[in-house]
Structure formats: C-alpha cells, structure tokens
Write a protein that binds this ligand. Structure first.
Ligand code: CP
Length: 328
C-alpha cells in the first residue's frame, strides 16, 4: 500500500502491523530520548485545508520523533488566498522534495484526488488522509483501535482482542468521518457495533452503504434511533461531536433536548458493563454529547489517552508508509 486514504479495504494483517508498530513506538516515547532516526532526510508536509488541533499537531510531533523534516501549511495563510488550486499547491510541495503528504480537507475525496495526481506523475509520494469531509478519518480510527486494544492487552495489542465486544457509537453519525472509519475497523475486528442517533443524524441509507461495501459477512452493524439498546451491556461507548458547521438543515432538537436523549452521562452508563469506557475523538462540546464531569473522570474517560495514542499511531503510519511496509 502506497497511500492510506480509507480503512474500507484494510486487512487484519495491516491492522495488526499498525498496532504492533505503534506499541513499539509507544515504548520509544516512554524513554528519555524520544527520537529515532527512522525517517531522517524525509520531508513530511502537513497540508491542512481545514482547521485541526490534535491531528495536525500529532502528525507534526510524530514526524519529528522519527527525525523527518516537517512542513506545515494552513490554507488561510497560503497562496490559495490568491487563487492557487489544491493540486497546484500539492505540486508546489512536491517540488520542494516532500515524501509524505498528510492532507485534511472539508470536501470528501480531496486526498484521493491528490494521491491520483501523484501516481499519474509517477512520483514516489505517499498521501495520508487526515480527514476528508464526511468521508473518512483513518488515523483517528486507528488510534481509537490502539487505545482500546492497549487497554485490554498493553503488551500485545491486536485486533482480535475486540472479538465479541459490544461497542456503541453515539451521536452525529451522518456527518462523521470518524464514525465511517471506525465502522470499518471495528466491524473488521469481530466486535458488535451499535450506532445510536436521532433519525435525522442516522439515515437508514447509512446501513446500506456499509452492507453494500462490506467484504465479510461476519461484520455486525446495528442501527438504533434511541440510546438504550445501544448502551445496554456495552464495553465501550464512542460519542461523537455534533458537527454544527456541516449541518445545512435544521437537523437537531435543541442542544438541551439532544443531551437529554443522547448525551452520555454517569446515569446512562449504568446500562453498560461495569467497567465501560467512554471515547470521544474531540473536539468536544462539553455538556452536549458528554457530561463535563464524565469527560474529566479517568475511571471512565479515555479521551486524553486517545490523544496520547495519536502520536505513537501516527509515528507507526508514517514509518510504515515511509518504508513501504504498511501491508507487511
Ligand atoms: N479528532 C480530530 O480530528 O481532532 P482535530 O480536528 O483537532 O484534529
């Protein structure tokens, strides 16, 4: 594999390669000297056409820990304000010797378009999708997977650890690229994945998209328009941000009503397994999709652990893609 654009065709071997490599980098990050020379001389360009805090910063620190040189681009301060196109911007970074392009854009398909252009030019540049519109956010789903698997077996994280676990994904699934990537990875693991949202944020057609593209009949995906059946006996609850910036219609009840019906609180977690853990990709609307006290409670919340995992997982992705080993 030359690019990482989607998890829809990721294999178990590839998931395990990412998890095992991230575990070894996690160990590197626990040392006093946190740097390895793995990508010395390579250039990683973070091309973010849409705002980001954790994805951009963690790709940057991941590249630096691997001794790569990094370039950071933000559309608002770039020559795109003078009319330069996306593809011309990418080719400009290519001309500066970029080896890996990490791309975020508000429209689905932009990383794929840039990857196609690089392939058409016959250059050895890899493209990593850092979130494109409502399509996918592969590195987020991989760090979520790593966070869960290392909780179950820190010494040997692997995808089979999730077999038989019940995972609820709750919230604005319609607009969530994080949900789409997580559905691919979590259903591939053999977990039971339950989606819960108001009908406006979880259209029925969503299930058809996944059943049509599903490659394995073992994938277990369930849809609910109320919270309770998704939470009952769940091992993990993944709550999602309400993406108001992507809502073109009046898709929501009031935020207070949403919190009452779908917001994750301590009371509602009583439906779950006693040792349930809660995840959120961030940024969080505190008190809307999750209660503020629960978000900060280390007994239940994996939110900070997810951010920490992001560095090791992104080091793994840069290493595997940089060395052509992602399909190891
Ligand atoms: N989870 C996530 O993608 O966060 P950022 O938008 O801050 O990168």
């Amino acid at each position: 594999r030359h690019h990482i654009l989607s998890l829809n065709d990721f294999t178990t071997v590839e998931y395990d390669a990412v998890l095992q490599t991230a575990a070894s980098f996690q160990e590197v990050l626990s040392r006093r000297t946190k740097k390895v020379p793995t990508l010395q001389g390579q250039v990683v360009a973070n091309l973010f056409f849409e705002p980001s805090t954790r994805t951009r910063s963690s790709f940057e620190i991941a590249a630096k820990r691997l001794s790569a040189d990094t370039l950071n681009f933000a559309a608002a301060t770039s020559s795109m304000t003078k009319g330069e196109t996306i593809l011309d911007t990418a080719k400009t970074y290519l001309a500066m010797g970029t080896d890996i392009m990490v791309i975020r854009h508000r429209e689905a398909g932009v990383p794929n378009a840039i990857a196609q252009e690089m392939d058409r030019l016959g250059v050895k540049v890899s493209v990593l999708n850092a979130g494109d519109g409502q399509h996918e956010h592969p590195s987020q789903a991989l760090l979520d997977l790593f966070t869960i698997c290392t909780l179950i077996d820190p010494a040997n994280p692997r995808i089979e650890l999730l077999k038989g676990k019940k995972i609820a994904i709750v919230g604005d699934i319609l607009h969530s690229r994080v949900a789409r990537s997580n559905i691919w990875s979590l259903t591939a693991s053999g977990a039971e994945v339950h989606l819960a949202a108001p009908p406006t944020l979880l259209p029925k057609i969503f299930a058809e998209y996944f059943s049509e593209e599903t490659t394995s009949p073992q994938r277990q995906l369930f849809l609910h328009w109320e919270l309770e059946p998704a939470l009952r006996d769940a091992d993990f609850v993944m709550t999602l941000r309400l993406q108001k910036e992507r809502m073109t219609a009046h898709l929501l009840p009031s935020l207070r009503e949403y919190h009452q019906l779908f917001g994750i609180t301590r009371d509602k977690l009583q439906l779950c397994q006693p040792n349930v853990k809660v995840l959120h990709p961030g940024p969080v609307n505190r008190g809307v999709e999750i209660s503020s006290d629960l978000m900060d409670d280390p007994e239940f919340s994996l939110i900070q652990a997810q951010v920490t995992s992001g560095v090791a997982v992104r080091m793994a992705l840069l290493y595997l893609i940089g060395s052509g080993k992602v399909s190891a």
